[in-house]
Design a protein around this ligand. Sequence first.
Ligand SMILES: NC(=O)c1ccc[n+]([C@@H]2O[C@H](COP(=O)([O-])OP(=O)(O)OC[C@H]3O[C@@H](n4cnc5c(N)ncnc54)[C@H](O)[C@@H]3O)[C@@H](O)[C@H]2O)c1
Length: 271
Amino acid sequence: MSNHLLKGKRGIIFGALNNQSIAWKVAQRAHEEGATFVLTNAPIAMRMGEINELAAETGSQVIAADATNIADLENLVTKAQEILGGKIDFVLHSIGMSPNVRKGKHYTENDYNYYGQTMDVSAMSLHKTLATLYKHDAMNEWGSVVALSYIAAQRIFPDYNDMADAKSLLESIARSFGYHYGIKKKVRINTISQSPTVTTAGQGIKGFTEFINFSEQMSPLGNASAIACADYCISMFSDLTKYVTMQNLFHDGGFSNTGVTQQVIERFGDQ
Ligand SMILES: NC(=O)c1ccc[n+]([C@@H]2O[C@H](COP(=O)([O-])OP(=O)(O)OC[C@H]3O[C@@H](n4cnc5c(N)ncnc54)[C@H](O)[C@@H]3O)[C@@H](O)[C@H]2O)c1
């Protein structure tokens, strides 16, 4: 259903890998709501080719960019404005990757080269993207940037490993850059802290199935789906949320404010 919430708006959407990706659903919803945008992902992810299906479906062009590489980001920001015919109104940062998680390292024995890569890809890439947009004055006033986060930034979820540290940094960058970009150009920057969601990145976390079930039972509304997350992103890109900035917004069915639910407590009876 379209409410034309993003009519006339131009965007850049990072991170649509396949049709499970949260960014994929955001792109579909943004298209429905009347936006035009470019899709981008790391060159290595492009080789899988699925992003071209999304590009055809949404009438978008694809520009490869490693979000840790400033030259790639400069090319992306310049080309996106040429293709879309003006400055950018919204950006989705939907990027996460930890070599320590991938290689099954324990948090107490993490490899520091990998740790640096986790920070660079999953957090510093937001700073690099924002710095590139800022330097090129590529955003329209009241533009909106959303990055996706997870509650492991505030609380320990052991198998999330160094991604927890990356999400803390990501949320801090949104606050700090949100201050500077707000003053300069009224651009707002927020993170959305999403429920665990079945995607390629999500499934990389050890014990993910058990964890997603636990989270479902610990959330009064149940886990928020990728499609619901896309709806929330659309509202954050729209003019209906103009004064929301520098926030970490929980989109988690109530999980973050729940101590325990009856469903979970009943599992601990008669032991
Ligand atoms: N799935 C979950 O349970 C969950 C929960 C909360 C937050 N998130 C966050 O949502 C975001 C999107 O993840 P997803 O779950 O849709 O998984 P996904 O695997 O579909 O998306 C992750 C994306 O990051 C991209 N990426 C990795 N390295 C990159 C680089 N160097 N440059 C550019 N792009 C790069 C990948 O190609 C991929 O498209 C991530 O930030 C993730 O941490 C996911």
